[in-house]
Design a protein around this ligand. Structure first.
Ligand code: TYD
Ligand code: MG
Length: 455
């Protein structure tokens, strides 16, 4: 006879407590405990257990474990492969997170349809097979070996996996699944933990790669518990500004590769296009003789690219000046404005400042600081910056230009795109300036850079 047990589970960290408390003892968050019911079956015969009845594990000496030279599964998507670290590892679980409408389902379906002769089982808890078919028609891709099913019951999905024996399992999304063993609603911590745990065991046992799609909550974290991120092998985040067409796929965790890589995509009417040369896209518009535009040689992931920063400075119409930034951290913008005010003597306190990074791409690289302050100043004094100059440098609190990483790669990219000059920090070691076509100018202070740009 199955017993129902009630526990209070923190919706933030997943810790449970037998009694309700106002503040979670594990993570310290207030009011996050929610009562959930767990059915404990005495006979220990869950669907997962029966799935494994015939298999058993055996400890092995580590020296006898064969070295993993398992070929990675090529996803036929250069950007995705890059972020995964060279393809999918058999038996790995990949979690793809992102805001609603950003294109997670499109990305994963496109991969499922392009993966070649692999048999894919695409389980959707959100869309009907007809809706998936509509999307597949839209992206003009076909894979004769792709099966779709609309299902939310964990036990039934595992049944389908057993029958179909796919080479790749896709679950869209983990928050819609529910197991009979848990009495809470789909998307609750206990459900996510149970379902992800069961899928994980199946994946490892059958050496089946799994792609899980996950929702993101309003704070921007993968909705549900951190436990989900701990369980899976790879966590990818799909981000971008929904009003722009560029999307970035970032790796937050990767047990089989670097987390420094990013993939860049463009959302078109017929699916996502891989962007292999980001600079050309981000620099496509030439605003010759327009003030407030500066070009930065940034690096995201392992790839350098040149990106346009645009600023607009105008006299504040109302009491409190406005500061707004798209694709750039607002606090960092405020800090840079304070540096400009204090160290370079520009009166920006009564001005509205708007900042925009081209394409709606969010850049985390601090080396775009120099371009940001230059664009602001250019707009403030209404003098355009030459379109033949680009720059890279972090701005410190005392107005100094600090060294940035991988400067040679940045200079290389600038020279490839035909720039004539690049402004970089002075104290950059081990650089052979002779080998670049572009003129490299080294500066140590903001004033020096401004003198060069606006003299
Ligand atoms: P979707 O993959 O459904 O997002 P998610 O699964 O992350 O919620 O895609 C959402 C948006 O992408 C939708 O607003 C329509 C748009 N889209 C295109 O612009 N082109 C396309 O080819 C497809 C399939 C979708
Ligand atoms: Mg979706």
């Amino acid at each position: 006879m199955a017993k129902t047990k009630s526990v209070f589970v923190c919706q933030n960290c997943g810790a449970d407590s037998p009694k309700w408390v106002g503040k979670c003892n594990a993570c310290g968050q207030w009011n996050t405990l929610v009562e959930e019911f767990v059915v404990k079956s005495n006979a220990k015969s869950s669907a997962v257990q029966s799935f494994f009845e015939t298999t058993s594990s055996k400890p092995e000496y580590i020296k006898n474990v064969p070295a993993s030279d398992v070929p990675r599964i090529n996803t036929s998507n250069v950007e995705l492969d890059r972020v995964l670290g060279g393809g999918m590892v058999p038996g790995s679980i990949i979690l793809v997170g992102g805001e609603p409408g950003i294109g997670k389902s499109t990305l994963v379906l496109q991969m499922a349809l392009r993966i070649g002769s692999k048999k894919v089982l695409y389980v959707s808890g959100e869309e009907s097979p007809q809706q998936i078919k509509l999307r597949a028609d839209r992206i003009h891709q076909g894979n004769d070996n792709c099966l779709v099913v609309s299902e939310t019951s964990l036990e039934k999905i595992l049944g389908h996996v057993k029958n179909v024996e796919p080479d790749l399992l896709v679950i869209d999304s983990i928050q819609t699944l529910s197991s009979e063993n848990i009495e809470s609603v789909p998307g609750s911590i206990s459900q996510i933990r149970e379902c992800a745990g069961a899928i994980l065991r199946v994946a490892k046992e059958k050496n089946l790669p799994v792609v899980l799609i996950g929702h993101i909550n309003k704070e921007g974290n993968l909705a549900g518990p951190k436990v989900l991120e701990h369980m899976v092998d790879v966590v990818l985040q799909f981000e971008g500004d929904r009003n722009h067409m560029y999307r970035i796929l970032r790796s937050i965790k990767n047990r089989f590769g670097s987390t420094a890589e990013i993939g860049i995509f463009e959302m078109l009417g017929d699916g996502l296009r891989e962007v292999s040369n980001p600079s050309e896209l981000l620099l496509s518009h030439h605003h010759e003789n327009l003030s407030g535009v500066a070009i930065s040689a940034a690096i995201e992931g392992m790839r350098p690219f040149l990106i346009e920063t645009q600023a607009l400075v105008s006299t504040a119409a109302y009491g409190t000046p406005q500061r707004s930034a798209t694709g750039f951290d607002l606090r960092r913008l405020n800090m840079l404005l304070a540096v400009l005010e204090k160290r370079a003597g520009f009166k920006l306190a009564v001005k509205d400042v708007f900042l925009n990074i081209a394409g709606g791409i969010k850049v985390n690289d601090p080396s775009i600081d120099l371009a940001v302050v230059s664009a602001i100043l250019s707009s403030n004094i209404d003098i355009p910056i030459s379109q033949k100059i680009c720059m890279a440098g972090e701005v410190g609190l005392s107005g100094e230009i600090r060294p940035v990483t991988r400067i040679a790669q940045r200079i290389g990219e600038a020279s490839k795109l035909g720039f004539e000059q690049i402004i970089i920090p002075k104290f950059t070691k081990g650089l052979d300036l002779a080998k670049f076509d572009v003129q490299v100018i080294q500066v140590s202070k903001l004033e020096e850079a401004f003198k060069l740009l606006f003299a």
